[in-house]
Write a protein that binds this ligand. Sequence first.
Ligand code: NAD
Length: 358
Amino acid sequence: MSKKILVLPGDGIGPEIVAEAVKVLEAVDRRFNMGLVIDHGLVGGSAYDATGFPLPEDSLNKALAADAILLGAVGGPKWDKLEDRSKRPEQGLLDIRKNLGLFGNLRPAILYPQLADASTLKPEVVSGLDILIVRELTGGIYFGQPRGVRTLENGEREGYNTYVYNESEIRRIGRVAFESAMKRNKKLCSVDKANVLEVTVLWREIMEEMSKDYPEVELSHMYVDNAAMQLVRAPKQFDVLVTGNMFGDILSDAAAMLTGSIGMLPSASLDKNNKGMYEPCHGSAPDIAGQGLANPLATILSVAMMLRYSLDQGVAADAIEAAVSKVLDQGLRTGDIFSEGMTRVSTSEMGEAVLAAL
Ligand code: NAD
C-alpha cells in the first residue's frame, strides 16, 4: 500500500527549507519506486492567521492518517504577544506530539569532517563526532500536573511544576534507546539526577532492569550536570544518550552546537509503531526568513531519517546522506556554515546541488 506523507512547512524559513526537502523526497520516491502520496497542511503561526488555530482540525486529521510527517519550523515575533497561550504557534507542535503519541525524540549530532572548522571546539575534540540523543518527549516536568502560579497565604506568589514519570513511560523510551544502541556502537549512557530526584532514581532502576534484555549493550549512568560537562569536554566518549524531556531539551541543544551549525541537524519524533514526525532541530529563524539564506540540509537530512525509521527505505536514506556529504565535498556552503575558500550558495542552490548529487 502506498505510504502517505504529510508536509507541514510552518513559519519563517519553514516553507523555504521544506520546499527543497520535498524536491529531494520526490526524487528518491521516483528513483526507488515508492509510490508515496504527498499532501500539505498548515501549522503554527501561519495556520493561526488562516484559521484561528495553530493546529487546525484538517491538519490534525491528515497527521493522524499519515505514515510520516515532515515539518519545517513554527513561530516568530508576529505571534509572540498572543495572550491566549493555546493559540501560540508552538502549541501546534505540542498538540501534534501529544495527539500522535510521539514520545521518542531522536536527535543525532554528527560532525561532517568537511565542517570540522565550523565548531567552536578544537577539531581534535569534535572531528568524527557521531552521537545520538534519545529524549523522552511527551512526559516529565513539561507535562506534569499540578502546575501553575499560586498566591500563598502571606500574599507571596509561588510557581510550581511536577516532575513525574511512570514505569511504562520510562520503559518505552528505554526500549527506543536500547534498540538504537543495538544499531550503532552498542554503548548507552542514561542521564539522570538520581542523587537528588526520586523520579530519576526510578528511571535509573528501570534502565538497569531493561539492560538484562540487551546484554550486548554497555549501559552506563551519568548525572546531568556531569553529562553537560562531558559533552563539551570529550563528546566522542558517547554513542547513545537517553534522558527525560527537560534534560534532553538542554543537552541536545548543547550537542547540536558541538557540530557548529544547527542548520545541519535533523530530528525524528516517533510513536510506538515508528510512525514519526521529522523536522530540523532549529527554529523558524525569522531573522533570515524569505532571503534565501537558510540552510536546507537539516530538513533534507530529516527526510533521510524519515525514510530510515518510518518508511523502511534505508538504501534511499543512505543515498540522501551520501549526496549531502558530496555537496559539502564540492565546497558548497550556505552562510551559517561558510568559511574562507568555500562557495557561498542560497537555500535553493543548495537544494539543487543535493538533487544533482543524488
Ligand atoms: P532559531 O533556531 O530559529 O534561530 C537561531 C539562530 O540560528 C538564528 O540566528 C537563525 O538565523 C539561525 N538559524 C536557524 N536555522 C538556520 C538555518 N536552517 N540556516 C541558517 N541559519 C539558521 O531559534 P530562535 O531564534 O531562538 O527562535 C526563532 C523562532 O523559532 C521562535 O519563534 C521560536 O519559538 C521558534 N522555534 C521553533 C522550533 C520548532 O519549530 N521546532 C524550535 C525552536 C524555536
